[in-house]
Design a protein around this ligand. Structure first.
Ligand SMILES: C=C(OP(=O)(O)O)C(=O)O
Length: 576
């Protein structure tokens, strides 16, 4: 019998395929197939992780305070015993040798074998030791995660009909997944505008997040249907369901093909107004795909992904090369590069969070750059140097005060002076912009535009900060509502103010790539949208079918709503 599970659909479309469980522990594990010559290094990596874990446990055991409960000592010595058992410290080596897999995958397979044996045990005490075995394996996995296998040679064992099922996938994992083939992904955690969900959309494959217990209910290799629009996953569909979804899949593929036929069409409204559709990218290698979808310029280059993809802090030269590559590839068209925006869920390996209960309210975005002048100067110099090779615009994330804008511009002046002193060329006229992501920035956008050349609205964060809802937390995902009247008022105010001041304004959050909001934003006066390229054609289709004069009355009515429940039917009418 089939089972239907519900989560949050974060990237539309249908996929029918077989489950690949990414992990059973708190550390998500991928399956890599390694070349023969890498096996000795992988065995050494596994042995080193066992040694390091043993050292950690022995240190903990040796530092137990006198007044600690006696159970703590026995708990730790039990964990050392489990670790020393050949079943954990030796048998995975054999799997690495036989299957040419990575150490994490070998350990997970061995863990599954051990856990299956526990299922047979009737005696309570021994059965409870199951959790201890998982905890020890988890500890080894965390050590391995601190010394990751080089993915340069390994390949994830997936194919075109693989459905990846994970507890959560970090933005850093998703960067790696950009290069492999799979049909859809499903996670226990996450919200619709978490960074992982955004990256999923950029891959153009269906995705469902916030399934809570997906991994417990699915088995490796099982047939499932993922409906990314409805946010459902059907495990072992029956023949009727399968036939129904196969039909939907074909329909979806036909629609995608039809949309692909509009690639070369201009983004122009039915009444003849040109609308600028730009791409959001994470890495320089995203440019060709973006151009393939018909975008000529980049409205948001999330530069932090260069930092996430790298084991160490990228140097000025490394950053310069990446920015220059994009500038050159765009052949004179603008690329808006956002300075480092980390500190919440996007955490590079080299970054140590400084604590704080609410990371999204803490030292993140431009606050972090301003607090670490060396980091900021390195990035600004790299950006300015690259500006000599194309049309680079610099944008600062998470601004909340005009004083911060002033500080950012002082840093730019300093970086420019240092380049001049060294005789290094750059574009003296580089445009400076800011993200509107915090209500304070939206309400005071005129103040920001007094100093800046342009603004771009990051609706993902604007919704989060306006409604006080963590965008990555599925337990409050039902409260995350981009169509909330307060959000719409802030958006409209920002767009109208910038237009009145004659300064460019764009939206680069997920609302820009969601065709349900295209007409509303056009009605608010928006003429520049930046989105993940996979959404570009669907948005363009709506633009081409819209007449601006016809939208005004309806969008004004939506803006006048004070109750979010009034907005939904009016939005549906607007899109009908
Ligand atoms: C574009 C945005 O930034 P982020 O990369 O945080 O999604 C946003 O907040 O809308």
């Amino acid at each position: 019998m089939s089972i239907t599970l519900r989560g949050i659909g974060c990237a539309g479309g249908i996929a029918i395929g077989h489950v690949h469980l990414v992990s059973e522990t708190t550390v998500d594990v991928v399956h890599l197939v390694l070349p023969e010559e890498d096996i000795p290094a992988e065995l050494a990596r596994f042995d080193a992780a066992i040694r390091e874990t043993r050292k950690q446990l022995e240190m903990l055991w040796g530092s137990i305070p006198d007044n600690a409960p006696a159970e703590l000592g026995s708990f730790l010595s039990l964990h050392i015993m489990i670790l020393n058992d050949a079943a954990l410290s030796r048998d995975p080596r054999q799997l690495i040798e036989e299957q040419h897999c990575n150490a994490e995958w070998a350990l997970m397979q061995q863990l599954e074998i051990l856990l299956a044996q526990f299922d047979e045990i009737e005696e309570d005490y021994l059965r409870e030791r199951r959790a201890d075995v998982i905890q020890v394996a988890d500890r080894v996995l965390k050590v391995l995660a601190g010394h990751p296998v080089s993915h340069a040679h390994g390949q994830l064992a997936t194919d075109r009909d693989t459905i990846l099922v994970a507890h959560d996938l970090s933005p850093a994992d998703m960067v790696q997944y950009k290069d492999i083939e799979f049909a859809a992904f499903v996670t226990d955690a996450g919200g619709a505008t978490s960074h992982t969900a955004i990256l999923a959309r950029s891959l153009g494959i269906p995705a469902v997040v916030a399934m809570h217990n997906a991994r417990e209910l699915m088995k490796e290799g099982e047939l499932v249907v993922v409906d990314g629009s409805a946010g459902t996953v059907i495990i072992e569909p029956d023949a009727d369901e399968l036939a129904h979804y196969q039909k939907l899949l074909q329909q979806w593929q036909r629609q995608q093909k039809q949309l692909a036929g509009t690639k070369s069409a201009e983004a122009i409204t039915a009444c003849g107004v040109p609308i600028e559709l730009q791409g959001n990218i994470e890495l320089p290698q995203d440019v060709p795909d973006m151009q393939d979808f018909g975008a000529r310029s980049v409205g948001l280059f999330r530069s932090e992904f260069l930092f996430l993809a790298s084991e160490e802090l990228p140097t000025e030269d490394e950053q310069f090369e990446a920015y220059r590559e994009v500038a050159v590839a765009l052949n004179g068209q603008p690329v808006t590069i956002r300075t480092l925006d980390i500190g919440t869920d996007k955490l590079p390996k080299w970054f140590e969070r400084s604590g704080g209960l609410n990371p999204a309210m803490g030292l993140c975005g431009v606050r972090l750059s301003l607090a670490q002048p060396h980091l900021f100067q390195t990035q600004l110099r790299a950006l300015l140097r690259a500006s000599a090779f194309g049309c680079i615009q610099i944008m600062f994330p998470l601004l909340s005060s005009v004083a911060q804008v002033r500080q950012c511009l002082q840093h730019v002046t300093l970086a420019k002076q240092s380049l001049r002193d060294e005789g290094i060329a750059f574009d003296e006229q580089v445009k400076m912009g800011g993200m509107v992501e915090i209500p304070a920035a939206a309400l005071n956008v005129a103040g920001f535009l007094g100093l800046l050349d342009f603004v771009s609205v990051g609706t993902n964060d604007l919704v989060q900060y306006t409604l006080g809802v963590d965008r990555g937390d599925d337990s409050v995902a039902h409260l995350y509502n981009p169509a909330h009247p307060a959000v719409l008022q802030l958006l409209s105010h920002t767009i109208r103010t910038a237009n009145a001041l004659g300064k460019p304004v764009s939206v680069c959050g997920e609302m820009a790539g969601d065709p349900r909001f295209t007409r509303l934003l056009l009605g608010f006066g928006l003429r520049r949208f930046s989105m993940h390229p996979a959404s570009l054609l669907a948005v363009k289709q709506v633009v081409r079918q819209s007449s601006l004069a016809e939208l005004t009355a309806q969008t004004d009515a939506i803006l006048a709503c004070t109750d979010e429940e009034q907005v939904t039917p009016l939005l549906e009418q607007l899109n009908a």
